[in-house]
Design a protein around this ligand. Structure first.
Ligand SMILES: [Zn+2]
Length: 274
C-alpha cells in the first residue's frame, strides 16, 4: 500500500524534472555543447551588475592611466570579437544582453574576472604576469569566454536542478509536502545572489572551454594567441605565491597542452582578421 502511494506521487514529479531538463537547454557558441539553462539572463545579469558596481565603488581603482587605458582598450577589442563570434554561431540575439565594462582595481591580488552580462575587473597584481596587451588579451579572452559561454548560468541551473530534485523526491516520499518544494526552489533562486559570482572556481570542463573560446577571441581581435602559453607558464612558475587566479585556475601541463592544440585554429583566425 505504501509502495503504491510512493510511486504514484513520484511519477508526475519526475516527469516535471525531466521536462525541465529537456526544455531548458542552451548551446555553447563554438563548441556546440548543450548546457542546462533554468535561470533567466536578465535576473543573473542584474544581480551581477549590482555586485560589480559596489565593487568598483569600493575599488580603489588604479590611478595608473596607462595601465587603465590598456585594460579598457584590450577589453573593447575582445568584446567586439565576442560579438563577431556570437554572430558567427547564429547567436546575435544574445549580443544586447552584454553591457560591457572594464576596470582596473588597485590590489596586489593576482586576479581578473568577467561577471555574467560583461562586467570585467582586472587587479593590478596580475599585470606583472600579463606583460602588455597580448598577455592581457589572453586572460581577457578567457574571462569573457566564461561569460559568453554562460558558465555561471549553467552552474546556477545545475544547483537549482539538484535542489529541485531533492525537493521533488521529498514530495514523492511525502516528507514536507509541496511547501518544501516551493521553499527549496525559492531558496535556490534566492541563493543565486552569492553564486553569480565571481570567485567560485569553474569546473575543469568550463576552464578548458574558456581557454579554447578565449584563444579564438584574442586571435580575432588581432592579438598573438601564443601569448596565452607564456602567460600560463609565468603563472605556473610562480606556484603558490600568485594567489586567487591560480587557485581557481590551476595552470598545469594539461591546460598548456590544450592551448597548444587549439593554437593552429586561432592562428588561422588571426590571419583572417588581418
Ligand atoms: Zn577560468
Amino acid at each position: 500500500m505504501n509502495r503504491f502511494r510512493l510511486s504514484k506521487k513520484l511519477v508526475p514529479a519526475l516527469i516535471v524534472l525531466l521536462g525541465l531538463a529537456l526544455a531548458a537547454c542552451a548551446t555553447v557558441p563554438g563548441t556546440g555543447r548543450s548546457q542546462l539553462s533554468l535561470v533567466g539572463d536578465s535576473d543573473l545579469n542584474a544581480m551581477a551588475a549590482t555586485q560589480y558596481s559596489q565593487m568598483i565603488q569600493e575599488g580603489p581603482l588604479s590611478s595608473n592611466q596607462k595601465d587603465t587605458a590598456m585594460i579598457k582598450r584590450v577589453g573593447a577589442n575582445i568584446s567586439r570579437a565576442a560579438n563577431e563570434y556570437l554572430r558567427e554561431y547564429g547567436m546575435a540575439a544574445d549580443i544586447p544582453n552584454y553591457r560591457w565594462e572594464f576596470n582596473l582595481i588597485q590590489s596586489n591580488e593576482v586576479n581578473a574576472f568577467c561577471m555574467p552580462g560583461g562586467k570585467v575587473a582586472f587587479y593590478t597584481g596580475i599585470l606583472p604576469y600579463t606583460k602588455g596587451d597580448d598577455g592581457v588579451a589572453a586572460i581577457m579572452g578567457h574571462e569573457v569566454a566564461h561569460a559568453i559561454a554562460h558558465h555561471s548560468r549553467e552552474r546556477a541551473s545545475q544547483q537549482m536542478m539538484a535542489q529541485m530534485g531533492g525537493s521533488l523526491l521529498s514530495v514523492g516520499l511525502g516528507v514536507g509536502g509541496a511547501s518544501a518544494l516551493t521553499s527549496d526552489v525559492a531558496m535556490a533562486a534566492y541563493g543565486l545572489g552569492s553564486e553569480v559570482g565571481i570567485m567560485l572556481p569553474f569546473s575543469r570542463s568550463h576552464e578548458s572551454e574558456a581557454d579554447r573560446i578565449g584563444l579564438m577571441l584574442m586571435a580575432m581581435a588581432g592579438y598573438d594567441p601564443s601569448a596565452a602559453i607564456g602567460f600560463w607558464e609565468r603563472m605556473s612558475a610562480e606556484g603558490g605565491n600568485t594567489g586567487s587566479l591560480l587557485s581557481t585556475h590551476p595552470s598545469d601541463q594539461t591546460r598548456i597542452a590544450d592551448i597548444k592544440r587549439y593554437l593552429p585554429e586561432a592562428e588561422a583566425r588571426r590571419g583572417a582578421a588581418k
